[in-house]
Design a protein around this ligand. Sequence first.
Ligand code: 0WD
Ligand code: CA
Length: 384
Amino acid sequence: RGPDQNSLSSPIAKCPFMSCSSLKTLHSLYQGSFPFYRLPSEVGHFSLDENRQYHQDNRKLRYYSPPVGIRKKDSPGWNVMDGYESHYVRRNEEEKEGLLHILTWLEKNQSVLGTHVEGGSKRPIDRDFVTWRGHLTKLLCTPYETQEGWLLAVTLFKGTFYISERETEAARKKREERTQEQERLMYSGYKFESYICADSPDRQPSQSAVVNTNEAYCSVLLARLTSHSLLISGEVDCTDPSAKSSIPPSSYIELKTSAQIRNPHQQRSFNRYKLLKWWCQSFLLGIPIIVAGFRSQEGKIVSLETFKTSDIPHLVRGERNSWDPAVCMNFCNKFLSHIKAVVTKDDPRLVYLFAWEPGSDVTFTVHNDPEYTILPSWYVKAMN
Ligand code: 0WD
Ligand code: CA
């Protein structure tokens, strides 16, 4: 079988120095001081309703409403399996939305982000990178990840790099072969949110409402990592009406569930794997607080714990086999520079597909097959 007629061979792959086409991920290579990261500022938001329809408002923002009088480590006893059979509407995971909702927001908010011509360049979206926060979380975790690889598709269009994840074969297989037990665990995370969040600041959480994973509130933020300007969007669980600052993202709270920790081994594993992901995810958006519900084997929340995102690196520092937030950010910084070096053709139909598997370097291939396209034609038209 001959080579794929629709795939272009990459000019960089012909480079005599093979190292210039791949990027190493070994964590020891990224030690050093913490790179400059400008705390994100919110420029907008949107909501996805129960039918996954986009709305240019905050109708799906929820309000943090913990049980009154509950003290640290109290046991609320919530049954997070309640309603799994009867009150659960699941998003269709076969439908790959890619950057759809971010692009919709960009199309409706061009005026917020257009180039100031005196700056020289004329970009319709005056940012270097546009992506989901979840994609950056994966990048930040890469130097410490030993299980799951990733595929990130990148297109350079009118001076902005768009990064969109593609599901790997392994991830698809894992999703299709999820056990009932895993499905129930996923549900429990959403159910936990419904016990602690209200739909409006003057109401109480509803314990009997349907859990519908189509619904989401997403914040859109501007951030900067060294020389890379970013536009990131991420799903936000709730806002705290009693927060000291009502200005997002500092009023936002991330909610998490995790298995109850019963021994030092479980504590080490929690610090090494869970806290790494939790920190990366919330740090990227500037979310200051993570509220965790720990569940028993019977599916009850047995304790609540509040983490300050900025404290997490101190909690894990000095532990054997620990992780270092500077390594995460330095790797991400280098990867974004690598994209700028590799993705040089400004063409909305061209996709540079970066692939990584644990134990290997990041490599890439170039594609112009429509099957790979990440920017829909309506978006390209709107920006032209
Ligand atoms: O198309 C894709 N491959 C992806 C789409 C991958 C990642 C995200 N998304 C979309 C989702 O549809 C979701 O609306 O982006 C939105 C969330 O973006 P994000 O904030 O960048 O994603 P992430 O940080 O990975 O996840 C935040 C929350 C999760 O909370 P927990 O506490 O479990 O981390 O978004 C939810 C989930 O509640 N979430 C999703 N919801 C529906 N479909 C998905 C998904 N694929 N991924 C995460
Ligand atoms: Ca969450």
